[in-house]
Design a protein around this ligand. Structure first.
Ligand SMILES: NC(=O)c1ccc[n+]([C@@H]2O[C@H](COP(=O)([O-])OP(=O)(O)OC[C@H]3O[C@@H](n4cnc5c(N)ncnc54)[C@H](O)[C@@H]3O)[C@@H](O)[C@H]2O)c1
Length: 279
């Protein structure tokens, strides 16, 4: 028996990265899953990856900046699976650490609109489209947050502000939708995904996975300066908290909470990159 037996989830940005990994994990836990994304090919790949469970996957194309697309996605999910229990607002883009000192006002203005349009408005609109169905099932929302929801240098000012904004949304929605709908989040740290940048800065084809820094001498990836410095950066290894928070049996009393899945960024030391790094 899985932890999400019979549940129905809708995941934005579910065609790749952590969204795809959560979709496949939710399937394995017994749920049916609708994955919303911009690219048909990506979404069809998720269906194929589901193998024997593919009849429980519904691929949906749409843009999270469009209220109509999100309402269509919720309607299609309910039509196919009969209800909606779990919403995972997740689609996002990164700013590739572009500093305020490196962009002019026009660039910042355009990138702000694009990043906030996807990362923040996309979350607001997904919740607006889904809350009625979630109230009906007394379901829950599990948002993808980030180390950048709490700490500096997980990106530049635009990404950091957008992810802080999502933390604000999580808390406000947890307040507004109680007691019917629980609202929680997973603040993931760096993962090897194809997270892209804003088109307005010409970064739409660059991927985070390609940016994982290599040590020139060894050819190995540089280890990030975090306590669990040798932990995985594959999205599949970040899915556990999404299951826990969505589980009625195990998180029925939890709302407004965020699980950091970031290797312990908040407990870094001053003297060495990580407490046990020299052991
Ligand atoms: N990769 C990391 O290191 C990392 C760290 C912390 C948080 N995150 C967050 O994880 C989430 C998922 O990113 P990922 O790393 O899996 O990268 P990803 O690029 O694989 O996933 C993002 C998905 O969102 C989709 N998307 C982008 N814009 C969209 C739009 N307008 N409408 C619909 N879909 C859209 C993309 O097509 C893609 O499938 C993002 O919110 C990101 O900020 C990522």
């Amino acid at each position: 028996m899985g932890w999400l037996e019979g549940e129905v989830a809708l995941i934005t940005g579910g065609g790749s990265g952590i969204g795809r990994a959560v979709a496949l994990r939710y399937l394995a836990e017994g749920a049916s899953v609708a994955v919303l994304g911009r690219g048909t090919a990506q979404l069809e790949e998720v269906v194929a990856a589901a193998g024997d469970l593919s009849d429980r996957v519904l691929p949906l194309t749409g843009d999270v900046r469009s209220p109509d697309d999100l309402h269509r996605a919720v309607d299609a999910t309910v039509k196919r699976f009969g209800k909606l229990d779990i919403l995972v607002p997740n689609a996002g883009i990164w700013d590739y650490h572009r500093s305020v000192t490196k962009l002019d006002g026009k660039e910042l203005s355009e990138a702000f609109d694009e990043i906030f349009g996807i990362n923040v408005k996309g979350y607001v609109l997904a919740v607006e489209a889904a809350w009625r169905e979630l109230v009906a099932t007394r379901g829950s929302i599990v948002m993808t947050l980030s180390n950048a929801s709490f700490h500096t240098d997980g990106g530049g000012p635009l990404y950091t502000a957008s992810k802080h904004a999502c933390l604000g949304l999580l808390r406000q929605f947890a307040y507004e939708l109680a007691p019917k709908v629980r609202v929680n989040g997973v603040a993931t740290g760096g993962m090897r995904t194809k997270l892209r940048g804003p088109q307005s800065l010409g970064l739409q084809d660059r991927t985070l996975a390609a940016s994982f820094a290599k040590n020139e001498a060894t050819g190995q990836e540089q280890q990030p300066l975090i306590p669990l410095y040798d932990s995985s950066v594959e999205p599949e290894d970040f899915t556990g908290p999404y299951v826990l928070l969505a589980s009625r049996a195990n998180s029925g009393t939890v709302t407004g909470a965020v699980i950091p899945a970031d290797g312990g960024i908040a407990v870094r030391g001053f003297r060495s990159p990580a407490g046990g790094a020299g052991l």
